[in-house]
Design a protein around this ligand. Structure first.
Ligand code: DX5
Ligand code: ZN
Length: 213
């Protein structure tokens, strides 16, 4: 399975988002956009207009770290041009309804779980989604340390779903990417490992090389 690299613009220069995206565009597969509401996680990030204003041919992979995503976030980021919207199983009341809301907008739907949440929590829904996002740090901040215990969830899920897009997010760098890919992840988010390096092409090349694929 080919891996897809999704640089997280949480670690990019917020005042120059367009330029930052242009620097990764030729080498990346998706733009990972972290939306935080100050409730599900303490920080608040990216307004819909900031995302709408990013002009790129890469799909926008919107990760909603928000409580009650069905309230307005899904409509707002759909309008801002999301190609895929991922919600957290811990954050919504009716998961099926929320997935349907995303799909009715003709957008791909992803479902995510935090490190402490067992895979069993989302197994009833994996037939309904286009992607599962396994968090490998507790969400909220870039630059945290990878939690290897989550790899077991990826292994189990990959066995159950050989073709599903499985995304991993948090603490991915040259030292951790291979474990993630070996476990079965094929969509790889990286924030600080890409945007904290001056040469973004080199950073992405190094990640692909270290993945062993
Ligand atoms: C964490 C976010 C991540 C974050 C990853 O809450 O969901 O997408 O930007 O950053 P790194 O790759 O630095 O861990
Ligand atoms: Zn994310």
């Amino acid at each position: 399975m080919r891996i897809k690299i999704a640089p997280s613009i949480l670690s990019a220069d917020k005042d120059n988002l367009q330029k930052e995206v242009e620097e990764i565009e030729p080498y990346a597969d998706l733009i990972h956009v972290d939306i935080m509401d100050g409730k599900f996680v303490p920080p608040i990030t990216f307004l819909p207009d900031e995302i709408k204003n990013i002009d790129s041919k890469l799909p926008k992979d919107v990760h909603l770290m928000v409580s009650d995503p069905e309230k307005s976030f899904i409509d707002d980021y759909a309008e801002a041009g999301a190609s895929i919207i991922t919600i957290h199983a811990e954050a919504c009341g009716d998961i099926t309804k929320t997935i349907e809301k995303i799909k009715n907008l003709n957008i791909k739907a992803g479902l995510s779980i935090n490190p402490p949440t067992p895979l069993e929590k989302i197994l009833p829904y994996i037939g309904q989604v286009d992607m599962v996002l396994i968090m490998s740090v507790n969400p909220g901040y870039a630059g945290q340390k990878f939690i290897p215990e989550v790899l077991e969830k990826i292994r189990k899920l990959r066995q159950l779903k050989p073709e599903l897009d499985i995304e991993i997010d948090g603490g991915i760098n040259k030292d951790t990417i291979k474990q993630a890919v070996d476990a079965g992840a094929n969509v790889i988010v990286a924030g600080s490992a890409i945007f904290n390096q001056k040469n973004r092409k080199k950073a992405i090349d190094e990640l692909r090389e270290a993945s062993g694929i």
